[in-house]
Design a protein around this ligand. Structure first.
Ligand SMILES: [Zn+2]
Length: 196
């Protein structure tokens, strides 16, 4: 199983920072993606980032990179996670908190399964937040990176960087290491328990 990790946005993507400019989403996404990949590789998994530079790589190009791997290995042998942090205040502080995982509206059963496994781990970390949670434990939207890619795909929104309490978690080593762990544990369960 090839595990592809996307860290959405680049250095020059506008916005995507905390209201106090102490947190930049592109940087956070890359740090988490790098650590998730390292942890998986150290445990013998085949994990790779699809963007390893700081610059923004267009969504179309990122989808293309994923789909090239799917065509080479077969879509059932590939899985994609796109790592993000959320915002709701349009540049101002927000009251929204918590972890969400997203699949496309027409997502495959495997995408939904992986999203549920991720949510289970986020709950264990206490990151439910204060928003209503669908009974499925995943959220659905046709974001390009999960809609236009051929393999099972989930986009994770790891807490809100425009909420002061969530932001403190996102900036702490404990918070970052918990978020890495959510991804690593869910991917391992997906690969070991369900992909035979
Ligand atoms: Zn994002």
């Amino acid at each position: 199983m090839k595990i592809l990790i996307d860290n959405g946005h680049g250095k020059e993507t506008p916005g995507k920072r905390s209201p106090d400019s102490t947190f930049f989403e592109w940087q956070f996404n890359r740090e988490i993606a790098t650590r998730v990949r390292e942890a998986l590789v150290n445990e013998g998994y085949d994990a790779e980032r699809i963007v390893t530079t700081d610059e923004d790589v267009s969504l179309m190009e990122r989808c293309h990179r994923v789909n090239a791997v799917c065509q080479q290995l077969g879509r059932k042998n590939v899985v994609l996670i796109s790592i993000h942090a959320n915002a709701a205040g349009k540049g101002n502080w927000s009251t929204a908190r918590g972890w969400t995982g997203w699949v496309a509206k027409q997502a495959s059963a495997n995408s939904r399964l992986l999203a549920q496994l991720l949510y289970d781990q986020a709950l264990l970390m206490g990151y439910k937040g204060n928003r209503s949670v669908p009974p499925t434990h995943y959220w659905q939207a046709d974001f390009a990176i999960i809609k236009r890619t051929l393999c099972p795909a989930v986009l994770t929104e790891n807490l809100f960087y425009d909420n002061a309490e969530d932001l403190a978690i996102l900036k702490s080593e404990t918070g970052k290491s918990n978020i890495v762990q959510i991804h690593v544990d869910a991917i391992k369960r997906y690969v070991n328990d369900f992909m035979h």
